[in-house]
Design a protein around this ligand. Structure first.
Ligand code: AMP
Ligand code: MG
Length: 408
């Protein structure tokens, strides 16, 4: 993997290096459709039928044959077709059929004329317009053809896919079991929420961010809590996570000064690389494998932990879970104020993106220190500033990445 002369590893190299080693590790099972919400499809889904399954009316109106309209005389209504109750009677020449939206069109129908374009006098219907062939008819298979591929393996099932699958009559779907991810926070200074703080203590906040993001991804989370900076307790936690989960995510303990400690332990237990990423926030990062589980060591600083999870861990977990992953869109926007930046690292500054008079405008949330959590909570996007770039002047174009699935 390409460390450059600065000794920092570019984000894209880190990501590619990880993804090249990872493979899907979740078996599949067949689940009833409603229980499959949030799961990842294990196989492509082909349509067992055509949608719509029969030619039907797109309007309330009258089914007609064009030849009957040629003379311009009114037609006699032969009967009615409702959704779920097809018209089954005779259809003599000079007649039309009253038809409702969704009703199958009777055999021989050339078009449906909407009710608003007709005048009814008892059973005698006068047509005020001449329809073109096929008008207001939804054709069989127009939406989906039988046998067509409708959803690809790796799709995560959301509210958008559920009605589609139901419309095909699919009652059970092949999905992957959720990825099981163990997490813990490290640090003697960390206290659980709901307990008093002694001088020098802080609350463990990272675990709640990581848990929330795992939840959004549909992973099963095994929360091992806070582990003090103590080799015996850390070793036990690593081993438990390795036994019980597919992956382990920790925060803290990978920065200079602490790395030696965790490094020694992790080198004893598995094969872990300690990287210095060329991104800000989030320089220290560890990745590798324990005997069974993959390991991701996030920096302790809260903003760094969130950003490295979002940018690096999310795609990696998606691959393990068999889930197709698409990065959020990146868009150009105008910097509405100057932005501080030193060349050397790819910055993920936190910004507020708004619709200005002349297009998208972005402002900074203020201090971009990796310990300032409000910089993230008040933001709705990253301002992604290229490595080589320095200070940005107001009016310059910058790249923004609106917060996607995990951070919304
Ligand atoms: P570390 O990476 O362990 O050196 O931690 C870097 C900074 O992040 C220190 O100020 C820690 O106190 C802080 N920190 C580490 N873990 C957490 C956590 N779980 N929640 C909040 N802050 C943390
Ligand atoms: Mg620490």
């Amino acid at each position: 993997m390409g460390f450059d002369t600065s000794g920092l590893l570019p984000l894209s190299d880190a990501l590619q290096g990880m993804l090249a080693q990872l493979d899907g590790c979740c078996d599949s099972e067949q689940l009833p459709l409603p229980e499959a919400l949030g799961r990842v499809l294990a196989m492509d889904i082909a349509s067992p039928l055509s949608v719509p399954p029969f030619d039907n009316s797109a309007m309330d109106g009258y089914a007609v044959r064009l030849a009957d309209l040629a003379g311009g005389a009114p037609l006699i209504m032969a009967g009615k077709a409702f959704a779920g109750q097809p018209y089954q009677g005779e259809w003599p020449a000079g007649h039309c059929v009253r038809i409702m939206t969704g009703a199958p069109v009777p055999a021989g129908t050339d078009a449906v004329v909407m009710q608003e374009e007709t005048q009814a006098d008892g059973d005698r219907i006068t047509f005020l317009t001449t329809p073109v062939p096929g008008q207001n008819i939804r054709r069989r298979g127009e939406d989906i053809r039988e046998g067509a591929s409708v959803l690809a393996a790796g799709t995560r099932l959301t509210a958008r896919e559920m009605p589609l699958l139901a419309s095909l009559g699919i009652a059970t779907v092949p999905v992957r079991r959720p990825l099981k991810v163990a997490i813990f926070s490290t640090g003697d200074e960390l206290k659980p929420i709901g307990t008093p703080l002694a001088h020098g203590d802080i609350y463990d906040s990272n675990r709640y961010g990581v848990r929330a993001m795992l939840d959004r991804m549909g992973c099963d989370c095994l929360d091992l809590g806070i582990i003090p900076d103590d080799p015996a307790q850390l070793r036990a936690a690593f081993q438990k996570a390795d036994r019980e989960a597919d992956a382990l995510i920790t925060t803290g303990g990978v920065s200079v000064g602490e790395a030696d400690f965790t490094k020694q332990l992790l080198e004893e237990l598995g094969e872990i690389g300690f990287w210095k990423l060329a991104i800000k926030p989030g320089k220290p990062f560890a990745f590798g494998r324990l005997p069974h589980a993959w390991f991701f060591g996030l920096p302790g600083n809260p903003v760094s932990a969130m950003v490295t999870f979002d940018q690096l861990v999310q795609p990696a977990l998606a691959k393990l879970a068999g889930q197709r992953f698409e990065r959020s869109l990146q868009l150009p926007a105008m910097a509405a104020e100057p932005l501080k930046k030193a060349p050397g690292r790819l910055d993920f500054q936190r910004g507020i993106l708004t619709q200005g008079q002349n297009g998208l405008e972005v402002r900074s949330t203020g201090s971009q220190d990796s310990a300032v959590f409000s910089s993230l909570s008040r933001a709705n996007c990253y301002i992604v500033l290229e490595r080589e770039r320095g200070r940005i002047a107001a009016g310059e174009t910058v790249t923004v990445e609106p917060f996607g699935g995990l951070l919304l």
